[in-house]
Design a protein around this ligand. Structure first.
Ligand code: ATP
Length: 305
């Protein structure tokens, strides 16, 4: 049996460029891996079977659309072998929450099946397969902090000092990532700026954000956190504004929507403040759950103990 732990991500910068002819947006995406994560186990089996446990398990598809099952089939096809594996996901990452939980499971399944089947696939090949599965999957393999360009899949690791402390507030239900991008385009048109590649400047990583990460300074990082999808996520789910306010009033250094939402992320000064902010968020009644965590942490990796 092979057990793989894989982190969720928060985007500490999510710069969204104009709508491209292929329907995607160019992104300047700074991914940050947090310890809140899923565990994927792989055992020998017949065909690909999948089970899932955890508070959100009922929302996870167990058919071939699941990114973990797709990853197992893709890896087997690449090597020309039969995909025989029983996969189990122990799910802690909120589903459809903007934390790339499905992508994390895809990355974990690639690593787990590679080890179970004794394939020793080179890291570069795993990365290509990961990008084929989805734009957020390569980062779940890599972990740490990285700048993602293109659709997010072209990654460059970034230097970071120390550990940052976070609280994540889980909202009821999910938000569809494509719907949030569409709302972002709609808001840009409504504001008169337009939403196409010709009309929106190509986003770039913010030097102040990169300095804050390198310095390990949460106060600097708090000032530099940005998410171009935040207005769209709040527009589709206005109650998120209340959650963001509750976290900052409780002492968070900064609050932002995680990726396309509806999970919200709160950067805090230390682990003690994290517990207080999580308790205040729960007491505010503006979220379903609040998780204390930290990062950066490594990407999908086989557990040895
Ligand atoms: P992202 O931030 O990458 O856009 P997300 O965190 O908002 O994603 P996910 O939890 O990845 O959202 O789930 C999005 C959808 O993907 C789900 O509604 C579900 O139908 C599908 N899905 C496929 N595989 C998985 C998986 N292993 N876990 C959860 N959802 C999955």
């Amino acid at each position: 049996m092979i057990k793989v732990r894989v982190p969720a991500k928060v985007n500490v910068q999510l710069g969204v460029g104009g709508l491209r002819a292929d329907g995607f947006h160019d992104l300047a995406n700074v991914f940050f891996a947090v310890a809140l994560g899923d565990e994927v186990t792989a055992r020998h089996g017949e065909g690909v079977t999948l089970t899932c446990t955890g508070p959100d398990a009922a929302a996870v598809p167990l058919d071939d659309s699941n990114l973990a099952a797709r990853a197992a089939r893709l890896l087997a096809a690449h090597h020309g072998i039969e995909p025989n594996v029983a996969l189990h996901i122990d799910k802690a990452i909120p589903v459809a929450g903007g934390m790339a939980g499905g992508s994390a499971d895809g990355a974990a399944a690639l690593v787990a099946c590679d080890a179970l089947w004794g394939l020793d696939t080179p890291a570069g090949v795993l990365n290509v397969l990961a990008a084929e599965l989805g734009s957020d999957v390569p980062f779940a393999l890599l972990g740490g902090v990285a700048l993602g360009r293109g659709r997010g899949e072209i990654l460059a690791p970034l230097p970071v000092t120390g550990t940052f402390h976070w609280v994540f507030a889980v909202a009821d239900g999910g938000l569809s990532t494509p719907a949030v991008f569409r709302e972002c385009d709609r808001l840009r048109i409504e504001a008169g700026t337009g939403c196409t590649e010709a009309e929106v400047a190509t986003p770039d990583a913010d030097p102040a954000l990169l300095d804050a990460l390198a310095a390990g300074d949460p106060v600097m990082l708090a000032k530099a956190l940005t998410n171009d999808l935040q207005a769209a996520a709040v527009s589709l789910r206005p109650s998120l504004a209340d959650t963001l306010r509750a976290g900052t009033e409780a002492g968070a250094l900064a609050a932002l929507v995680s990726g396309s939402g509806p999970t919200t992320a709160f950067l805090v000064a230390d682990a003690v403040t994290a517990e207080a902010v999580a308790a205040a968020l729960l007491a505010s009644g503006t979220c379903r759950a609040a998780h204390v965590t930290y990062g950066p942490v490594p990407g999908a990796a086989v557990q040895t103990s």
